[in-house]
Design a protein around this ligand. Sequence first.
Ligand code: AMP
Length: 416
Amino acid sequence: MILIINCGSSSLKYQLYNPDLTEVVAKGLIARIGENGSYAEHFVGQERLVMRRAIPDHKVGFDVMVDNLLHSELAVIEGPQAITAIGHRAVHGGDIFVESTLVDETVMEQLHACARFAPLHNPCNIAGIEECLRRFPGVPNVVVFDTAFHQSVPREAHVYALPYELYSQWGIRRYGFHGTSCRYVSQAAADILNRPLEDLSMVICHLGNGVTLDAVKAGRSVDTSIGFGTFCGIPMGTRSGDFDPAIIFHLVKERGMSVEEVEALCYEKSGLLGVSGVSNDMREVMERAEAGDDRCALAVDIFVYQIKKTVGAYAAAMDGLDALVFTAGIGENSKEIRSRVCAGLGVLGVRIDERLNSMVRNGHPNISAADMRVATLVVPTDEERMIALDTYRLVSDSIRFPAPITSFAPTYAERV
Ligand code: AMP
């Protein structure tokens, strides 16, 4: 079986796949690690185990995960030997990692070197790998990077017009994020359209608490909205999205704010929360906008406008558009946001059928109006599955797996 680990700063998520990746045998979440109110949830099919207990650090978090998988009343494996490979999510691979890779000593050193770009995330990812190396000796570990998919972005789109040495000597450039999601969703979209990925130019709208718009041409990311840090591009739950950097100098020099305060402002106090003043949660902001709250309405207007503008820019960057694909919490669930983004994109060949837009949950991923040049799709993302597929691919040479991988589209049909 393949175990997938997503180790965040205060959480540990896991999924256990059966060997041919057709089924998630068990999954779970250890939340609020090192904080008050930590708890663990473990799911097997429809059954759920919840445990509230102190989980002071990730080591204890791993104890809880192993206990849930091996010894709980919802245990699914008899011993650690049932785990044949482990796949890890890593946030930042710098410009070292252009694809997923098997973990060895050199990779661990390089991962440490990349931590300077993601000081909050990479150390947790590394800690997760180290725990697995210790607990499951001899089992191959694969690491899958959020940034790797965007390493194909050409240099005119990833180099900033700053002194070149910042790029060449310090690695300051556009890296992008949500690459694992965008890669999965673009392949799933090609499967749904029954067309080769190589023939398609798509814009992926990953609209969740974090937001990425990604231009994907012939299966390669050619431009992406997030840059060096994770707050630029489209406004997000609490992150600002793009704004004039002169504002930072103004806040520091004229308003006496410290760098740390401005950083917190950009990452934690802006976006939907900053404009609405009430919430980082799109559902809540939309409900209040509906009830007449003007700042909530403005927060949604800004969100929609920036997405629409970027879709147009990416269509131009790719010399055309074949598919517009919505994914993640907002993209998958909000027919209103999809409708508002698509309104007025007729100039690009985008128009949706509002009846189909209301039916995606019934297994209708294609919401385009009849005869439109651009297919508009709603595709649930599945980063864990992408990590499992990469892990399978990288270890199947060394380990005999019993069955072939299934394609992407059936998973979609099962999940909607
Ligand atoms: P994610 O980070 O992918 O889990 O997405 C979380 C975001 O999706 C939050 O802002 C939620 O409010 C938003 N979301 C989930 N369901 C809906 C919905 N039906 N309408 C609008 N936003 C939604």
